[in-house]
Ligand binder design. Structure first.
Ligand SMILES: CC(C)(COP(=O)(O)OP(=O)(O)OC[C@H]1O[C@@H](n2cnc3c(N)ncnc32)[C@H](O)[C@@H]1OP(=O)(O)O)[C@@H](O)C(=O)NCCC(=O)NCCS
Length: 151
């Protein structure tokens, strides 16, 4: 795993499009968003062993108005590499990094649609508790589901 660099922009877009999170047009904002900036975010990427771009990406940033809370803004694993423990290892990495930095809470916002059933099961399996659902948040028929974990 290494820090995201400007030259990873296209590979990150390929990865999140392949993972079904965004269309290519929607993902256009990502390359700049993931660079270290005023928001204090951390973006890490993992090169695929087969040399075909990135295996995964992870991005977390502080919840500005809260006391020592972070938002897990993005996690994605290349579809053909999913289900093999990579996602869990990334989450453990973020949690350990934030614990070391004295942080208190990690917040995850995801979707309530059937497409994200497995993603919600993934967070539950890692000890995240569902605390809220906001109907029609992402768009009509697509609820926000909010999980947190104490660090
Ligand atoms: C969500 C995601 C990051 C998980 O990464 P992953 O590498 O596939 O997950 P892991 O292999 O580490 O799985 C960890 C745990 O999740 C759960 N899980 C994995 N696959 C599952 C499945 N098909 N059904 C239910 N639970 C499952 C299991 O509890 C698993 O633990 P186990 O390996 O001990 O059984 C990945 O699937 C992904 O990129 N999905 C698309 C993008 C996405 O949804 N991102 C999050 C947006 S909020």
């Amino acid at each position: 795993m290494r820090a995201y660099a400007t030259t990873d922009g296209l590979a990150v877009v390929d990865l999140v499009v392949a993972a079904g999170m965004f269309s290519r047009e929607e993902a256009g904002f990502l390359p700049d968003e993931l660079l270290p900036g005023d928001g204090g975010g951390t973006c890490l990427v993992e090169e695929a062993e087969d040399g075909q771009g990135l295996a995964s990406v992870l991005f977390y940033r502080p919840e500005e108005a809260a006391d020592r809370a972070y938002d897990l803004t993005m996690i994605a694993v290349r579809p053909d590499l999913q289900g093999d423990g990579r996602g869990a290892a990334l989450m453990r990495h973020a949690e350990e990094d934030l614990r070391r930095r004295g942080q208190r809470l990690l917040v995850v916002r995801t979707s309530g649609t059937a497409q994200y059933d497995r993603t919600r099961a993934f967070y539950r399996s890692l000890g995240y508790a569902e605390h809220a659902r906001i109907p029609d948040y992402w768009t009509d028929g697509d609820d926000l589901v909010l999980f947190t974990k104490r660090l």
